[in-house]
Design a protein around this ligand. Structure first.
Ligand code: HEC
Length: 164
């Protein structure tokens, strides 16, 4: 009686547990399988296979000079001129006689109409300093400050680029 019960007990104990355990196992496996696949891929991505070329990120070196936003640079002493003082210079230095510039009441026609040209600072400064084929240089007759001022004025009055 007792061994029989034990046997039955073992049987009833053994037989349902094993399939149940298999059930749990397969449910677990099913749940963990995507994770396992993901881990395999993740590992595959980060671990270099033997014989594979190791590509390490290298700092990119710049050989030569990096192009500046401002292509032509104006010497510092000709920057940040005072446009109000520059208007006086424009009127007294003779610019008026050759150029048209509405703000200064200038109607000269020997040189280009500055309202139309809208020259950037980097154009006015060397032009006033050195002149051109038909324009006299002013570096001998105007001070650096006066040149800075008149250039700032021309740029401001015509809407030229003060940084260009
Ligand atoms: C004698 C006449 C004359 C006088 C004075 C003169 N200019 Fe000119 N300017 C010219 C002529 C002509 C040109 C165009 C040809 C050249 O460069 O010679 C010119 C060109 C310029 C340009 C370049 C315009 C462009 O096409 O980009 C600027 C800016 C300018 N002048 C500003 C001035 C200023 C500021 C003064 C006064 C300080 C002045 N000029 C005095 C005749 C003159």
């Amino acid at each position: 009686m007792l061994p029989l019960t034990l046997t039955r007990g073992q049987q009833t104990f053994d037989s349902p547990v094993t399939p149940a355990a298999r059930c749990i196992d397969s449910a677990l496996v099913r749940r963990l399988l995507p994770l396992a696949i993901f881990l395999v891929f993740a590992a595959g991505c980060s671990v270099n296979k033997p014989g594979e070329k190791v590509v390490a990120p290298l700092p990119s070196k710049v050989v030569g000079t990096v192009p500046k936003a401002q292509v032509t640079s104006v010497p510092t002493q000709y920057k940040n001129g005072d446009p109000v003082a520059g208007k006086q210079v424009f009127e007294s230095a003779g610019c008026k006689g050759c150029h048209t510039l509405k703000d200064a009441g200038a109607t000269g026609t020997v040189g280009p109409n500055l309202d139309q040209v809208k020259p950037p600072l980097s154009k006015v400064v060397p032009q006033v300093l050195n002149g051109g084929p038909q324009m006299p240089p002013f570096k001998g007759s105007l001070s650096a400050k006066q040149i800075a001022d008149v250039a700032a004025y021309v740029v401001k009055a015509t809407g030229g680029n003060p940084n260009g």
